[in-house]
Design a protein around this ligand. Structure first.
Ligand code: FAD
Length: 565
């Protein structure tokens, strides 16, 4: 056992983790970041379109809050939304001062583009590489402050003793050695779970680890049934190469049209006022409907048409989209429409928390996509997730340093470490068994087929059965590589186990919610039902069995209304 100890351990080197660590380090406490990949390879780096804030003279934070709440189909907690939208301007100007290279207007102001479901053009951007610009700047700040980072260290478990989180067990990928890291507090900032689904815009590393770790420790997962399907992901049959690559909402923000096989801008039927810039749940459903009703192109896709925007504008504002189209599809978007279809993109649900990142487990905090504050409710607006990582990362950093300022040192036993050592020995010693990739594919296909854009009771029950079968098969997987050093096969088995836990939480939460709200669209319960379902779902691990509970939603600012665009 090694003797590593810090006051605060932040798990995750994406935007939420880095922003939390920067803030926490201001207190002078010992803060360290652990990341399973180099922080600059976190999924945040792939964010394209931008980050929302009301900073123009004719735009108010209250308008931003209203659009967010309406977009969420009234499931977001309005007190938390108010905090996010009110505090956003200071955070964006701080990022600007840190050196984020935001795109500018001719007058030198931070430029803003229109995004879906919003009444004002309030999405700040750095061309279509916003996440890249933000993450590199925060990484510079982390280095400037000398914050310790453990890179390519994989957190396998939380150490919970005496009712308090006191550290983590980590697998050092390069050596295969397990370590116990002690800490007075742990912050989970591990991002989304895209790989639970087959077609996703998410990176291969997005396996929802933090959510699964919290769930195993008895912390509730909130609103897991709300899964965002992005309207425009590249159509393709080759899962590894092209399928699911994101084409940013910024492409529609810059004026892109959606066309069916009759050449119609079909959004006129579904959201006449907002057209292509309706919120994502509505656009994704409209595209899926066009395809199901036979107005898609052969194979099942529709086209995103940027031709009228023109080559110079595409090169200036959407250079990465152009590059993706040329390199992965062999087409120039100024000449040809881009074949797209909806695909998994984002998790509105996550670890149950509040606007300060605390959880039900003392010593455990959370921020970013793995957390559910909730500011996105049943459907997140584009550009609000990057904002969530920054505002709530900062707030969590402050709260966690207050907490460790007056809590006793962590003195956990090495029980959790020993249990993990035994588990890994067991996994590596099994020579023959089921291929993990078979389980992963079968479970991901089941989730995409049975818990997609449209849902219905029987179809979901079948999906739950399939996921359960894969969870049973997991007990017999063989890693295939018995070495200790750089054993990526072992890591992917540990990640698969996380995905399987989350698949069950998503599926059971979805089956239980008998209404349609935001991204959860049921063909057998077509309407929103505020009478019975204006409440958050909590999925709780009760000694290995999943139990559902519900909790109220804050509606202190805007009265729920029908959602028309
Ligand atoms: C392609 C794409 C484009 C997007 N574009 C936008 C956009 O324009 N605007 C917007 O608002 N949102 C956008 N989003 C969403 C947004 O980017 C993410 O929600 C956000 O960046 C998540 O940040 P995060 O810090 O929570 O997690 P991530 O950036 O995913 O970071 C997670 C971190 O956790 C670490 N980690 C995970 N598990 C472990 C473990 N077991 N042990 C150790 N470390 C671990 C990883 O190494 C990583 O460092 C986009 C998402 C995608 C996929």
């Amino acid at each position: 056992m090694t003797g590593i100890s810090h006051d605060i351990l932040v798990i995750g080197g994406g935007l939420a983790g880095l922003r939390t660590a920067i803030e926490a380090s201001k207190s002078g406490q010992s803060v360290a970041i652990i990341s399973k990949v180099h922080p600059l390879r976190s999924h945040s780096v792939a964010a394209q379109g931008g980050i929302n804030v009301a900073i123009k003279s004719d735009d108010k934070w209250e308008d931003h809050a209203f659009d967010t709440v309406k977009g969420s189909d009234y499931l977001a907690d309005q007190d938390a939304v108010a905090i996010m939208c009110r505090e956003a301007p200071d955070d964006i100007f701080e990022l600007d001062r840190m050196g984020v290279l935001f795109s500018r207007t001719p007058d030198g102001e931070i430029a803003q583009r229109p995004f879906g479901g919003q009444g004002s053009a309030r999405t700040c951007y750095a061309a279509d590489r916003t996440g890249h610009a933000l993450l590199h700047t925060l990484w510079e700040q982390v280095n400037k402050r000398g914050i310790k980072t453990y890179i390519e260290w994989f957190v396998t478990s939380l150490v919970v003793e005496n009712g308090r989180c006191q550290g983590v067990v980590v697998l050092d990928w390069s050596t295969g050695q397990l370590h116990l890291l002690r800490a007075k507090a742990v912050v989970l900032a591990t991002g989304g779970y895209g790989r639970v689904f087959k077609r996703t815009t998410n990176a291969l590393i997005n396996t929802g680890d933090g959510m699964a770790l919290a769930y195993r420790a008895g912390v509730p997962l909130k609103d897991m049934e709300f899964v965002q399907f992005h309207p425009t992901t590249i159509y393709g049959s080759n899962v590894l190469l092209t399928e699911g690559i994101l084409i940013t909402e910024g492409a529609r923000g810059e004026g892109g049209h959606l066309l069916n096989n009759l050449g119609e801008r079909f959004m006129a039927k579904y959201a006449p006022a907002k057209m292509e810039l309706a919120p994502r749940d509505i656009v994704a459903r409209s595209i899926a409907t066009e395809i199901i009703e036979g107005r898609g192109f052969e194979g099942g896709y529709i086209k995103l048409d940027l031709r009228h925007i023109g080559d110079p504008m595409i090169k200036a504002k959407l250079p990465q989209i152009r590059q993706i189209c040329i390199e992965f599809l062999g087409i120039d978007p100024s000449v040809e429409g881009i074949p797209i279809q909806p695909g998994h993109h984002y998790s509105m649900g996550g670890i149950d928390t509040n606007a300060d990142g605390t959880t039900t487990l003392p010593g455990l905090f959370t921020a970013g996509e793995c957390a559910c504050v909730s500011v996105h409710g049943a459907n997140r607006l584009g550009g609000n997730s990057l904002l969530d990582t920054i505002v709530f990362g900062r707030r969590t950093g402050r709260k966690v340093s207050d907490y460790v300022g007056h809590c006793a040192p962590a003195e956990p036993s090495d029980d959790t470490l020993r249990l993990m050592e035994e588990k890994i020995d067991r996994l590596l010693s099994r020579r023959l068994g089921i291929k993990p990739s078979d389980v992963r594919t079968a479970s991901a296909v089941a989730m995409s087929d049975h818990f997609g854009v449209f849902r219905e009771q029987r179809q979901m029950e079948e999906g739950i059965k399939k996921v359960r079968e894969q969870r049973e098969r997991f007990a017999d997987v063989a890693v295939g590589d018995t070495s200790r050093k750089f054993n990526s096969a072992l890591l992917s088995v540990l990640e698969l186990e996380m995905c399987l836990d989350l698949a069950q939480a998503i599926a059971e939460s979805a089956l239980a919610r008998q209404e349609s709200r935001g991204a959860h669209c049921r063909l057998d319960f077509k309407d929103r039902d505020d009478q019975n379902w204006l409440k958050h779902t909590l999925a709780i691990n009760d000694n290995g069995k999943l139990r559902l509970e519900y909790k109220s939603v804050d509606i202190s600012m805007f009265e729920p209304k029908a959602r028309v665009y």
